[in-house]
Design a protein around this ligand. Structure first.
Ligand code: KPL
Length: 322
């Protein structure tokens, strides 16, 4: 099988690495030229408790350079989904399924608009992966991946890619309720991601303090109330307990949002707590904890952007030279 991974960050690189090791032919698409150069030169390296392993991969910045793909897996940040699918859609042959395992709400709708509902597969992954710099990833905890089709026509494709992922050691289950699964993961991300990013804690450390546990509980319960009013079936009987289990399973991981904050990058807050706040306010459901978490992360983003601009200014005016 030829599999195209769109996005060379932590999750894209982790999936690519496992699929290559299982004998699949993988091509990657990544917009950052420097990252592409490094990965082409040094390969993709995964560090985990089991040791260090490096594989070679074909990686390009331009969709025009990619060959035939039987499947595409979208692993870019949610705020890049629209740009990525717009670029890649014209070079995918019609009928190539596009699977998203991104965080956040709203991605499947954007993909379906570009490639059709019948070619869109949605899913989640609770794999804990930390980006250590171009092409180096720390695999800090295995978590379940769940995927499904948006329409009956693509169910077969979802079955096939589930078996490919399982064959690669990425433990994957199939669902008939993509929306329920996406909301279930969003509930967990709404608690873990902003709190770890604001407090600069690893996922597991959120369990060490009654205060962080209480904020997590409130964020999850608010989001679950929004989901319930929308008629969405949350997958976990006890979403708070499930969130704590994910903290444990990925205890040593830096959440993706904390990684973004530490790297002074934009975060996915608008697609996680932001989406819950928008939906909650539209339905008249109180979401004060999600709103506060969202505003704090957005304030950190604005501060980081300001610092980036100041550093850039110092560099070009020569003040930052040593
Ligand atoms: O999805 C994640 C993320 O960091 O975005 C979790 C599951 C919380 C793992 O870190």
């Amino acid at each position: 099988m030829n599999i195209l991974i769109i996005g060379g960050g932590a999750i894209g690189s982790l999936f690519a690495h496992f699929l290559i090791q299982s004998g699949q032919r993988v091509t990657m698409l990544e917009s950052n030229g420097e990252r592409v150069e490094k990965i082409t030169r040094d390969g993709l390296t995964i560090e985990s408790e089991r040791g260090v392993s490096t594989v070679r991969v074909e990686i390009f910045t331009s969709p025009q350079a990619i060959g035939k793909a039987d499947y595409a897996i979208l692993c870019v940040k949610s705020y890049d989904t629209e740009r990525a699918v717009r670029e890649v859609a014209p070079v995918l042959k019609s009928g190539t399924p596009v699977l998203t395992v991104q965080n956040g709400l709203g991605n499947v709708e954007i993909i379906a608009q570009a490639v059709g509902m019948e070619n869109t597969l949605g899913g989640i992954t609770a794999q804990g992966a930390t980006d250590l710099g171009s092409g180096k990833i720390r695999h800090a905890g295995k978590g379940e991946t769940i995927i499904g089709a948006l329409s009956k026509e693509s169910r077969e494709k979802a079955v096939e890619i589930t078996s490919l992922l399982n064959g690669a050691g990425i433990e994957t289950a199939l669902t008939d309720d993509v929306e329920g699964v996406l909301w279930s993961k969003a509930l967990i991300n709404a608690a873990i991601n902003p709190l770890t990013a604001i407090l600069r804690l690893r996922n597991g450390e959120l369990l060490d303090y009654p205060e962080t546990r209480e904020i997590m509980r409130s964020a999850v319960e608010e989001a679950a109330a929004v989901a319930k009013t929308k008629g969405i079936q949350v997958k976990w009987p006890d979403p708070v307990a499930q969130t704590e289990r994910v903290c444990q399973a990925t205890a040593s991981n830096y959440s993706s949002m904390l990684q973004d904050v530490l790297n002074h990058k934009r975060t996915e807050i608008d697609f996680i707590n932001g989406a819950i706040v928008r939906e909650g306010e539209a339905l008249g459901i109180p979401v004060p904890v999600n709103k506060t978490l969202m505003l704090l992360v957005k304030a950190i983003e604005a501060l980081n952007l300001k610092k980036n601009k100041e550093r850039h200014h110092e560099r070009i005016s020569g003040k930052g030279r040593d």
